[in-house]
Design a protein around this ligand. Structure first.
Ligand SMILES: C[S@@+](CC[C@H](N)C(=O)[O-])C[C@H]1O[C@@H](n2cnc3c(N)ncnc32)[C@H](O)[C@@H]1O
Length: 234
């Protein structure tokens, strides 16, 4: 049999494998997990529940989720990120289980979980692999479980692509240590796999999810809360 499976290290984003970049990641990402934790708590996150964060990066959301009393598994494919996450999370009162694996290669042990979170990771995968990744997420979630998905995707009609991108560029950072610059936005558009919301949403549905809430900022930054439908995702 010819092996056709993806090497997720090859699509993880070169910068995420780079220890210097990873060291400055939190300052650059400027991600505050409070809003996502509030949404997850609203869905029942807390003691007695389990959450998996795919593409957890330095573990900001994972740590905040663990502080609610939930069991948290933080998965990332980059060994540099995983090492940084271990360092940053070492002093946390609520432990996070850290696993070096991809969303496609992660092997789940134990019963299906209640929550999956993933932020700015799905766009690392081409659409074919996004569908497989979402199917895998559905497989680890119990029916009724919640997927909170954040990513950069284009919530725009074909006729309005350029104006949406131009407006997005206005929000680029000048200092690359404190945000993403317009050159990095351009690299993202050219080299990564952010798709359109109107392609992603049917992928979610096909993979076994019902979208219960969606919010898109600037036509780019999407946040979905999805419920895993009952029965088999396949
Ligand atoms: C832009 S960072 C986002 C990190 C974190 N979720 C956040 O919001 O700050 C993308 C992360 O996804 C990881 N990643 C990329 N492809 C992945 C894959 N196929 N499976 C798991 N993690 C992946 C990268 O190593 C990186 O840590």
């Amino acid at each position: 049999v010819t092996d056709w499976w993806l090497d997720e290290g090859s699509t993880a984003g070169r910068e995420h494998l780079d220890r210097e970049f990873v060291d400055g990641y939190d300052a650059k990402a400027q991600y505050d997990p409070a809003e996502d934790v509030t949404a997850l708590r609203h869905g029942g996150l807390g003691p007695g529940t389990t959450l998996i964060d795919f593409g957890a990066g330095t573990g900001a959301l994972a740590a905040a989720a663990a502080a609610t009393g939930a069991r948290v598994v933080a998965v990332d494919v980059s060994s540099a990120m995983v090492d940084e996450m271990r360092r940053r999370r070492a002093a946390d009162a609520a432990p996070v289980e850290i696993v070096e694996a991809g969303v496609l290669s992660y092997i789940h042990h134990g019963p299906p979980v209640d929550f999956v979170f993933s932020r700015n990771t799905l766009h690392q995968l081409p659409d074919f692999w996004k569908v497989i990744a979402l199917r895998r997420v559905a497989e680890v979630l119990r029916p009724g479980g919640i997927l909170r998905l954040r990513d950069l995707c284009f919530d725009v009609e074909p006729s309005a692509i350029e104006e949406t991108i131009d407006a997005w560029m206005e929000f680029a950072a000048a200092d690359p240590s404190l945000g993403y610059t317009s050159d990095e936005f351009a690299d993202h558009i050219r080299g990564e796999y952010s798709t359109f919301t109107w392609l992603l949403e049917p992928m979610l549905e096909r993979a076994g999810f019902e979208i219960v809430d969606r919010e898109v900022r600037l036509g780019i930054y999407a946040a979905y809360t999805c419920r895993r439908r009952g029965g088999s995702a396949r």
